[in-house]
Design a protein around this ligand. Sequence first.
Ligand code: SF4
Length: 331
Amino acid sequence: MPEILDRARVQVLESGVGLDEASVLEILQLPDEHLAAALQLAHDVRMKWCGPEVEVEGIVSLKTGGCPEDCHFCSQSGLFASPVRAVWLDIPSLVKAAKQTAATGATEFCIVAAVRGPDEKLMKQLRAGVEAIKAEVDIQVAASLGMLTQEQVDDMVDMGIHRYNHNLETCKSFFPNVVTTHSWEERWDTLNMVRESGMEVCCGGILGLGETLEQRAEFAAQLGELKPHEVPLNFLNPRPGTPLGDQPVVEAKDALRAIAAFRLALPHTILRYAGGREITLGDLGTKDGLLGGINAVIVGNYLTTLGRSPSEDLELLNELQMPVKALSATL
Ligand code: SF4
């Protein structure tokens, strides 16, 4: 057994203290023959510190495409030749999507918009949408609308939004290779305001953007410093027309090593499978991740790509005897 796994067992499993950057890197560099042991340890950590429940979430896009930012992985940027055009969703459709999400057993419904940050029109739409959902659907509402001002943070608290998603996407040192229209620090500032407001912080990123393993470890450590309530872990699904359209997909074993490493860096966090797992891992890998530290999934479709059907995911959770987290447990 490699020494790092023994060390992680004592530090993370027994004491609940996440691995630091250097130790995360050791996990990311483990040879294939030790991958199963790393996943098992990550699973044990998740079971001990988070329990067997899996949090299920649905997402809906209030405004899709036409974003002025240039995140190189994103087909919603209006700056690339990608096929996603700007479209707004109306309130009845939003409520319908929330109902469909709740019907899967999901407790979280995240309203997302492709913007640098919300303008007055979007904040009004959000308020109307959240009010309409809360009147008709028993589900917690989260939002993801880019960078915020303090006033907007306060408004969202007032609307009853309980969790805000804002991904750092990648580590600080690699970020300028991926985004040039805003800085990592600007994202960090929004996250701090959200945390201080009392809303739960959801912050993750995308692996496979061209970052090195060292930078992947740096990212895990930076998330460890932020201590988000939830970390959505995406794997790049290269979108045609974006600057990263030809980037190779993360190898399944590297993706699984990363899942184990992020769980060992973040023993208490909800670690959510987000986009890209289908092409990186396939069905078998999805199961491996759920047995390797993941404890939350997004059901249904992602913002610009199709996911697996909710019933497939729910059947898998049933097979693994992992109960879907109930709403009462999260309120
Ligand atoms: S990731 Fe968000 S901010 Fe960046 S281009 Fe896409 S929608 Fe805009």
